[in-house]
Design a protein. Structure first.
Length: 107
């Protein structure tokens, strides 16, 4: 083999290796590379989980709306609990926390 053919062979090998490395780099890190695909799959999974959670919240809220419209006892319990409402002729007793009262006496 002549020296020129050895240099050509070595140059061809280095050129081919360079092309393989460039293709490999873009396959992993390019705009449509494996790394980007993995990131997009993770984001998709997170979005699906968020959608499922929001759908469950929506179902729960729709059920609460239905109960508020149709169940007068539930509506009354919500009004008492959340708004602090009482019926006519009812007496409301408010008890202070025993620990809080003793702390105030010490001061």
């Amino acid at each position: 083999m002549s020296r020129i053919s050895k240099i050509k062979r070595k140059g061809s090998f280095i050129f081919l290796l360079g092309i393989i490395l460039v293709v490999w780099f873009f396959t992993l890190f390019g705009e449509k590379g494996i790394v980007k695909i993995i990131q997009l799959r993770r984001e998709r999974d997170r979005i699906i989980a968020d959608v499922n959670r929001i759908q469950e919240d929506n179902k729960r809220l729709q059920e609460e709306i239905r109960r508020l419209r149709e169940d007068s006892r539930y509506l009354e319990s919500v009004a008492r609990r959340d708004l602090g409402l009482i019926k006519e002729n009812e007496i409301l007793f408010i008890f202070e926390d025993a620990g809080k009262v003793q702390n105030e006496k010490k001061d």
